[in-house]
Write a protein that binds this ligand. Structure first.
Ligand code: 5AD
Ligand code: FES
Length: 366
C-alpha cells in the first residue's frame, strides 16, 4: 500500500473505533511527515473531523470569556513569557471589582462562561492568599450571574484546594498536561515541576467532578511523533471534557526565544485527530492558532473545533499577559473581539450561541 492509503486507512480506523494503538499513532504522524508536500491527508482528516463535529454540535460555536487576572507566576517554564525569571514581564493583578466589571460587560455581550486564567500566583491579594481570593471571587461571580459557568485555569494545587474552588462554584478547570512524555516534560520545565504531579492534579480534578480540560502545544521544542502518540493515548485514558491545543510560539524573553514555532498545518492535523478520537469533546480554536495564521480560528472550527475563547480582560492589561510573541487581540475592547468573532464565524457558516456550552455528558450541579 502506498503512504497515502495507509494514512487514509488509519484515519478511517480512528473514526470508527475512536482508538489507535501507539505504533499506529506514530505511523500516522510519521507517515504524514514523510508525505510532505502532499496535503490530501490533511484535507481528508479535516473534512472527516468537521463532519463529526457538525453531527454533534451543528454549526453552533460556544464562547468563553477569558479573564486574565494575574500575570504573576511562581513557575519558570522554559516556553512561557510569564515565567518567574523573566524580569522584563510587567506583572499585574486585577481586583475583584475589575473582574466583576468584566463579567458584567461579558454577560451583556452574550457570554455565559467566564474563564479565570492566571499564572500560579500565591498572592497576596490584599489581605488574602491567592487561594482564598480565588475562592471568594468564584463565589461572587456565581452569585452575581447564577446562569453562568466559571472555569478556572490557575495551575497546580493540592486536591484539598481544588475541592475548595469546586465547592465555591467553579465547575470546570483547564490544565494542559503540555506533554505526556516524561523526558520531553523535563526538557520544557525546570526540575521543580514534574509530569507526575501534573497528572496527579488532572486526576484529582476529574475525580472531584470538574469538567476538566487538558492539552498540549504543537511543535514545542523536542516534540516528536512518539511524544504526540503519548499525548493522544493519555488524553484517551483521561477522557477530558475539554481539549486545548495550539502551536508553540516563541517568546523573546525565554530560553526558547530562538526555537521555531509550531505550524498551523500540524496544529490543525492534531486538532482533527483529537476530534475523531473524542467526538463530543469541547475543543477550542485557540488564540495561538489565530496568532500564527490570520484565519487560524476559522480554520480551527472547520477542522473540528467547536469553541472560541475571546479575551474579556481590560485592555489596559492585555499586553502584559504575554505568554508568547505577537499575541492577537491585545489592543481590542471586549465588544470588538466579540463582534469580530461573530463576523468571522458567520463568514464560514457558523454562529456563536448564547449558552453555557457544557459538555454533552456533564452532570449539572446547579
Ligand atoms: N506558545 C504557545 N503556547 C504557550 N503557552 C504558554 N506559553 C506558550 C507559548 N510560548 C500555553 C501553555 C499553557 C497555556 C495557558 O498557554 O500550553 O498551558
Ligand atoms: Fe479580537 Fe478579532 S477576535 S479582534
Amino acid at each position: 500500500m502506498n503512504e497515502e492509503n495507509i494514512l487514509v486507512e488509519l484515519t478511517e480506523k480512528l473514526k470508527s473505533t475512536q482508538h489507535l494503538d501507539k505504533d499506529e499513532w506514530i505511523s500516522l504522524f510519521d507517515g504524514r511527515k514523510k508525505d510532505q508536500g502532499n496535503r490530501d491527508i490533511d484535507d481528508y482528516i479535516g473534512m472527516t473531523a468537521r463532519e463529526i463535529s457538525v453531527e454533534h454540535f451543528g454549526h453552533d460555536v460556544y464562547t468563553r470569556g477569558l479573564i486574565e487576572f494575574t500575570s504573576f507566576c511562581r513557575n519558570d517554564c522554559y516556553y512561557c513569557g510569564l515565567r518567574s525569571s523573566n524580569k522584563n514581564a510587567e506583572r499585574y493583578r486585577l481586583t475583584k471589582d475589575q473582574i466583576l466589571e468584566c463579567c458584567r460587560q461579558g454577560y451583556d455581550l452574550g457570554f455565559r462562561t467566564f474563564v479565570l486564567q492566571g499564572g500560579e500566583d500565591p498572592g497576596p491579594f490584599g489581605n488574602m492568599t491567592g487561594d482564598e481570593w480565588i475562592t471568594d471571587t468564584v463565589r461572587s461571580i456565581r452569585s452575581g450571574w447564577p446562569d453562568c459557568a466559571v472555569t478556572l485555569s490557575v495551575g497546580e494545587r493540592s486536591r484539598d484546594i481544588y475541592q475548595k474552588f469546586f465547592d465555591a462554584g467553579a465547575e470546570r478547570f483547564l490544565l494542559r498536561h503540555e506533554t505526556a512524555d516524561p523526558a520531553h516534560y523535563r526538557s520544557l520545565h525546570p526540575a521543580s515541576l514534574s509530569l507526575e504531579n501534573r497528572l496527579r492534579c488532572l486526576r484529582d480534578l476529574k475525580d472531584i467532578g470538574y469538567q476538566t480540560g487538558t492539552g498540549f502545544m504543537v511543535g514545542s521544542p523536542g516534540q516528536n511523533s512518539e511524544c504526540l502518540a503519548e499525548d493522544m493515548l493519555f488524553i484517551e485514558e483521561l477522557q477530558p471534557e475539554m481539549i486545548g491545543i495550539g502551536p508553540f510560539v516563541p517568546h523573546h524573553d525565554t530560553p526558547f526565544a530562538r526555537e521555531s514555532a509550531g505550524t498551523a498545518e500540524d496544529t490543525l492535523f492534531c486538532l482533527s485527530a483529537l476530534r475523531l478520537m473524542m467526538p463530543d469533546a469541547l475543543i477550542p480554536a485557540t488564540t495561538a492558532l489565530g496568532t500564527i495564521l490570520p484565519d487560524g480560528r476559522e480554520r480551527g472550527i472547520l477542522a473540528g473545533a467547536n469553541v472560541i475563547m475571546p479575551n474579556l480582560s481590560p485592555v489596559s492589561v492585555r499586553k502584559k499577559y504575554e505568554l508568547y510573541d505577537n499575541k492577537i487581540c491585545t489592543g481590542e475592547e471586549a465588544a470588538e473581539c466579540r463582534g469580530c468573532l461573530e463576523r468571522r464565524m458567520m463568514s464560514i457558516g457558523y454562529s456563536i450561541v448564547v449558552s453555557r456550552g457544557d459538555h454533552p455528558r456533564a452532570g449539572r450541579r446547579y
